[in-house]
Design a protein around this ligand. Structure first.
Ligand code: FE
Length: 197
């Protein structure tokens, strides 16, 4: 069965941008529940020995398997999201990913604005993403559990914009949460690794 993967930082390490209390619920309760539910749903099925990525690809768009898709995708999305965050992150990226940002968006500021706008514009629960499409980077948003893997795109970065990601710290001010993540927490080393592999 799938296990809750370890957080790549201490629970309080993202303060003041994301509180330890938010992480304790978001990671300890929400992420854990998606994993437990995935395990319950796949027990005794053909997915029992699959990876989350395989389950996501094989159940995407299939109405009969919507529940498995939602829980497997949310299990994967949260693992990916924690790795997109790091204390002292959010600096202007260098390396291959920095070059790709400049060639795809013109400059970092254009990129940051596009990512911010997508995250704020996602109506209701969902995710904002940076994906690789060939050599270029694109920003996209997805509702609920949907993710780029389900659309054969390579995820590079994400921001969770479900209310559970920010409500304890920012209440209804999603824009303040998103701005804070972009400016202070983005783990560009993880993005570079995703872009290069
Ligand atoms: Fe979440």
């Amino acid at each position: 069965p799938f296990q809750l993967p370890p957080l790549p930082f201490d629970q309080n390490a993202l303060e003041p941008h994301i509180s330890g209390k938010t992480i304790s619920f978001h990671y300890g309760k929400h992420h854990q529940k998606y994993i437990s539910t995935t395990n319950e749903l796949i027990r005794g099925t053909r997915f029992e020995n699959s990876t989350l990525e395989q389950i996501i690809k094989e159940t995407a768009g299939n109405a009969d398997q919507r529940k498995i898709f939602n829980n497997a995708a949310q299990s994967w999305n949260h693992w990916f999201f924690w790795n997109c965050l790091t204390p002292g992150g959010g600096k202007i990226p260098t390396g291959k990913i920095g070059q790709a940002i400049n060639s795809s968006f013109g400059n970092y500021d254009n990129f940051a604005k596009e990512l911010f706008d997508a995250a704020v514009a996602q109506f209701g629960s969902g995710w904002a993403w940076v994906v690789r499409d060939g050599e270029r980077l694109k920003v996209m948003k997805t509702p609920n559990a949907d993710n780029p893997i389900a659309h054969d795109l390579k995820p590079i970065l994400t921001i969770d914009v479900w209310e559970h990601a920010y409500y304890l710290d920012y209440q209804n001010k999603r824009q303040d949460f998103v701005m804070s993540v972009i400016n202070n927490l983005i783990n560009w080393d993880f993005a570079e690794k995703n872009y290069s592999e």
